[in-house]
Design a protein around this ligand. Structure first.
Ligand SMILES: Nc1ncnc2c1ncn2[C@@H]1O[C@H](COP(=O)(O)OP(=O)(O)OP(=O)(O)O)[C@@H](O)[C@H]1O
Ligand SMILES: [Mg+2]
Length: 372
């Protein structure tokens, strides 16, 4: 086990900057998620930690050991870093049995045969592969193959696991199951794990902490609750949560409202105070509210027309069974709400909706930085 630290790490490919001044401290035994859209630099970051890619600038530590620092000419090759990597396309050896696939990294390291046997069986037991040890990969389901690939990584007992979208080839149901299994396994082994995904549900459900990355730049690091409740900027706010947060531009009025043109919402006194102190009265701000914080007025407790309640047109309803995603419109403004299943709302109706203002967010227009 070990902590992993990235200090001012940059990666350039020619003139293109794939990772920009990354500072990240992953604690010993932590399950850290790297989350961000396609091309944001997740795999590149992971590959630099693995030693498959050299940073252009900056330092990487695994435990107390400096493994990469181009300025000091330090570069420890992958095989000497004591990390195990699991990729999206986990290539198993097709001609080898499950047993031999898992045993392979130990054989490479010339570990005695009975020690190998003991460890392979231990890992197989942990992953529910004991009955399958004699099979070849082609005789396994996708999920079973994925577990063999994990077994091959675990059996080495590395200091750090690096996983790059290891579940993305599985069907939806199996992914949900493997998500929980992987998390349980990581807890059991207590090995520091860095896990790359662009799936925010995977990130929220599995991670101790999430590092949100956009265009090579770290946006925020925090627990799932922190990035959901207190997003640092509009990018994180829009990326975490599904459907995404609604953003509306409005003007802050002297009497404590945000005026969107088509309607107004009254801020809570302490919210208004924060904005007033920043001299934002009369200025445009970006108002954010999650769809799950807009309610059907029939089921809302505190509703004050003209303060937190608005009449909206219902465009489209996506019924998910347990809840409904409702596309709403007030004049030219559009936003989404998630209603509980008991709401009887119909497409084409006019309904009253209530904004839970305690859950409102305000961001600086332009920079997108969160004020609250
Ligand atoms: N060897 C390379 N040469 C040039 N550009 C590269 C190289 N490797 C990656 N890139 C670029 O760096 C950026 C980051 O790539 P990376 O693979 O880290 O993204 P990612 O976040 O893992 O995306 P995805 O979710 O699609 O896997 C991309 O724009 C990619 O095209
Ligand atoms: Mg990638």
């Amino acid at each position: 086990m070990a902590e992993v630290r990235l200090i001012n790490v940059w990666k350039k490919f020619g003139d293109f900057t794939a990772v920009k001044d990354m500072n990240l401290h992953i604690k010993d035994g932590e399950f850290m998620i790297l989350l961000g859209p396609s091309g944001c630099g997740k795999t590149t970051t992971l590959r630099m930690i693995a030693g498959l890619e050299e940073p252009t600038k900056g330092q990487i530590y695994i435990g107390d050991r400096l493994v990469a620092d181009p300025e000091r000419d330090v570069f420890v090759p992958p095989k000497d870093r004591d990390v195990a990597m699991v990729f999206q396309s986990y290539a198993l050896y097709p001609h080898m049995t499950v047993y031999d696939n898992i045993a392979f990294p130990l054989k490479l390291r010339k570990i005695p045969k009975d020690e190998i046997d003991k460890r392979v069986r231990e890992v197989a037991e942990m992953l529910g592969l004991t009955e399958l040890l004699h099979r070849k990969p082609r005789e396994l389901s996708g999920g079973q193959r994925q577990r063999v690939a994990l077994g091959r990584a675990i059996v080495r007992r590395p200091q750090v696991f690096l996983m790059d979208e290891p579940l993305s080839n599985l069907d939806a149901k199996l992914r949900v199951k493997m998500r929980a299994e992987l998390k349980r396994l990581q807890r059991q082994l207590g090995v520091t794990t860095i896990y790359v995904t662009h799936d925010q549900v995977e990130a929220m459900t599995m991670g101790d902490r999430i590092a949100v990355i956009n265009a090579g730049q770290l946006q925020q690091v925090g627990s799932p609750d922190e990035v959901y409740d207190k997003p640092a900027n509009t990018f994180v706010a829009g990326f975490i949560g599904s459907p995404p947060m609604n953003f509306l531009e409005g003007t802050l009025t002297e009497d404590g409202f945000v005026d969107f043109g088509e309607f107004r919402l009254k801020l809570l006194p302490d919210q208004f105070e924060v904005l007033r102190e920043r001299n934002l009265v009369g200025k445009t701000i970006t108002f954010g509210i999650r769809p799950e914080d807009i309610h059907d007025a029939l089921f809302a407790q505190v509703k004050v027309p003209g303060e937190n309640m608005v009449t909206a047109d219902v465009d489209i309803i996506e019924n998910l069974g347990s809840e409904k995603i409702v596309h709403l419109r007030v004049g030219v403004l559009r936003f989404l709400a998630v209603f509980r299943s008991e709401s009887r709302v119909q497409e084409g109706q006019k309904i009253d909706v209530v904004f839970d203002m305690r859950k409102a967010h305000v961001f600086e227009k332009g920079s997108g930085k969160a004020i609250f």
